[in-house]
Design a protein around this ligand. Structure first.
Ligand code: COA
Length: 315
């Protein structure tokens, strides 16, 4: 379902005006436990869409890596559940837990595996059902988050296109700025279809906000410098979609005009690991990425973790 800011006004003490002004978010998607919308279901749909666009079959994959903090089960991994639904057996499949940077961590692992020769083609996904761990009584967090999935097919290339570099960082000293903990199971009536889990999310929004801008800006700069590029060499920045104000501040620090920065946070809220692959897919389908364009991907999340990558678009 689509959950609008207006509907959130009936759940917690908030307003459409406050959410829009402070975050840029207008609505978010919420998965249902009744309509085949588990993390595995969302992952399956995203994977099939990516395979279809790549013109490839599941049995051509050598590896499945899923970035997620909301797997359907503690174990086995979402990647193994997905492997079953795709019937892509006897290949490596595992999840990566790196908060909202999960997709970039997964992409980096696959990039390294392909470069090392242990894998030729891989499915990389970001999948989240954050609605299952949201505290629907905490207005400071429940207005920010949404559910979704995105996927890419990554394959070895010899033409110099593709992933130019990846850059990853973490600072576990700050783990307690954003985490899940055991708690109550309150659910508002309007969300009775959510498959709630026995823990919920805690966040220090204000401190995270400042960290996010600094970390995103520095890791994006590192990726540019590593490849001897400037902001003018980048066709499109595809940042993690947490908050429009964070994205605008980062763009300002890096001298990117907002026309070069893709945003869809107004439609989906923060979908954690899923936000970059969803944004990449939308940007691609809207014709914003053309062959040989360079895209800068940059993320920040719980852990704390942050990362970046520069990709030369090859389709
Ligand atoms: N509706 C109305 N008021 C709200 C609210 C809501 N949904 N959530 C918080 N408030 C209130 C607070 O209680 C506070 O009230 P007070 O001044 O009376 O104490 C006031 O709004 C300001 O709160 P503050 O937390 O300082 O606001 P902010 O400008 O920092 O914005 C966030 C809050 C959460 C939007 C912002 O901090 C943020 O986006 N942080 C990063 C979060 C994030 O990206 N997390 C994921 C990392 S990947």
């Amino acid at each position: 379902m689509i959950l609008s800011n207006k509907e959130l006004e009936t759940i917690v003490d908030t307003t459409d005006e406050w959410i829009t002004r402070r975050t840029g978010i207008q609505e978010r998607r919420i998965a249902s436990k009744h309509r085949e919308e588990t993390s595995t279901d969302l992952a399956t749909q995203a994977a099939l869409n990516a395979l279809d666009m790549a013109g490839m079959e599941p049995n051509q994959m050598d590896m499945i890596v899923v970035g997620t903090v909301t797997p359907d089960r503690q174990f086995p991994s979402t990647a193994c559940m997905l492997q079953k639904t795709l019937n892509a057996n006897r290949i490596a499949a595992f999840d990566v837990s790196a908060g909202c940077s999960g997709f970039l961590y997964a992409l980096s692992i696959v990039n390294d595996a392909i470069r090392a020769g242990s894998c030729k083609t891989a499915l990389v996904l970001g999948v989240e059902r954050l609605s299952t761990i949201v505290d629907w009584q905490d207005r400071g967090t429940c207005v920010l988050l949404g559910d979704g999935a995105g996927a890419v097919v990554v394959t070895a290339a010899s033409d110099g296109r593709g992933i130019l570099s990846t850059h990853l960082r973490a600072d576990g000293n700050l783990w307690d700025l954003l985490y899940a903990q055991y708690g109550h199971e309150y659910l508002p009536e309007v969300l009775k279809d959510v498959d709630i889990k026995p823990f919920h999310l805690r966040m220090e929004g204000n401190r995270l906000f400042k960290r996010a801008i600094g970390c995103l800006s520095s890791i994006a700069t590192e990726a540019l410098e590593h490849n001897s590029l400037t902001s003018e060499d980048i066709a499109l920045v595809v940042p993690h979609q947490a908050n429009l104000r964070i994205i605008q501040a980062m763009a300002g620090n890096l001298n990117f005009p907002m026309e070069k920065v893709f945003t869809n946070v107004h439609k989906y809220g923060n979908t954690s690991s899923a936000s970059i692959p969803i944004a990449l897919d939308e940007a691609n389908r809207q014709g914003l990425l053309k062959k040989d364009d360079r895209a800068l991907l940059v993320a920040f999340g719980a852990g704390l973790t942050w990362g970046s990558s520069i990709v030369t678009w090859s389709i």
